[in-house]
Design a protein around this ligand. Structure first.
Ligand code: AMP
Ligand code: ZN
Ligand code: FE
Ligand code: FE
Length: 282
């Protein structure tokens, strides 16, 4: 089957995805995708393996990252495509952010033990984390495996969602700094899934602060939202990107790889912005 589509938002075991980079790429091939963006939270540790697998299997890998940033009380996710992930200052920064993820995970496990008397330990959560970026999905998976919740969604709804008692906030880069970080690393900053923002003024703020694309097409957007953000992106001369946000979970209501199919021409648009950014910096 010849297919010309790309899914530009996925996660691997380098953060909170369930599949290793190689497994993800193999699945992309099965799903008939020509390209995937690998965008782990606060980590680029899956990229080399993904690129090697991509080369082997003939799937183009768009190297990326997803930085969770903050403005006011809102968490705003910024995707960064084609960042130079060999930069030592960037890796130091990411390592510091992942460190904070661990201390916060520990606090949440303590909350769950203290508030609900759940039989769950930090060590069990640690075992769920294959590489470095610990997150709430890892906690949710332990709760599920122990039969405390019927699925991961229930864990978020009842215990670890942002409005739940056991939730612990963690440090996020300020939005402006997140966007600047991606640009300083030679990448293209893109506002991820704006439809999930509580306050739409933060989408406008991200545009003001210099994102160069909007992920208008996302598995959790309604068709109306996709259309709205596509128009918004065009209005400001920004790239329209899209992706499933696949985490390797198979359950119903979970986004699947290739649920979002973008034309591969988006990749060319991203690459030409990388060049343009490079030249405008001299
Ligand atoms: P964290 O970065 O540790 O705060 O965890 C956030 C991650 O949890 C997101 O990137 C999603 O992958 C996942 N997540 C957030 N809300 C839900 C939900 N309601 N159900 C399942 N996964 C979720
Ligand atoms: Zn995630
Ligand atoms: Fe996100
Ligand atoms: Fe994501």
């Amino acid at each position: 089957m010849v297919c010309h589509f790309a899914d530009l938002h996925t996660h691997t075991t380098a953060s909170d995805g369930l599949l290793t980079p190689s497994q993800l790429v193999a699945q992309a091939l099965e799903a008939g995708l020509r390209a995937i963006g690998v965008t782990d939270h606060d980590s680029t540790d899956g990229l080399e393996e993904a690129m090697a697998a991509g080369k082997r299997l003939g799937v183009q890998i768009v190297p990326g990252i997803e930085l969770n940033t903050q403005a006011d009380d809102e968490e705003i996710h910024i995707l960064g495509y084609y960042i130079r992930y060999d930069l030592p200052w960037l890796q130091d920064m990411l390592a510091a952010i992942r460190h904070v993820r661990w201390t916060r995970t520990k606090k949440m496990v303590e909350n769950l033990r203290r508030m609900y008397n759940f039989d769950i330990t930090f060590e069990e959560v640690q075992q769920e984390v294959t590489q470095g970026a610990a997150g709430r999905p890892h906690i949710a998976r332990v709760l599920f495996k122990k039969g405390i919740v019927k699925d991961v969604t229930e864990a978020f709804e009842k215990y670890i969602g942002t409005d739940c008692p056991a939730y612990e906030p963690r440090y996020h880069l300020p939005l402006e700094q997140g966007i600047k970080t991606i640009k300083d690393a030679g990448g293209v900053p893109v506002l991820a899934h704006p439809g999930l923002l509580k306050d739409q003024k933060h989408a406008m703020l991200a545009i003001e602060l210099g994102v160069q694309g909007i992920e208008a097409i996302h598995s959790k957007h309604t068709p109306q939202q996709c259309e709205y953000y596509e128009i918004l992106a065009r209005k400001y001369g920004l790239i329209v990107t899209g992706g499933s946000d696949y985490h390797g979970e198979k359950g119903k209501n979970m986004p699947q790889l290739g649920d979002i199919k973008m034309p591969c021409s988006v990749i060319e648009e991203l690459k030409s912005l990388v060049q343009k950014n490079l030249h405008s910096r001299g």
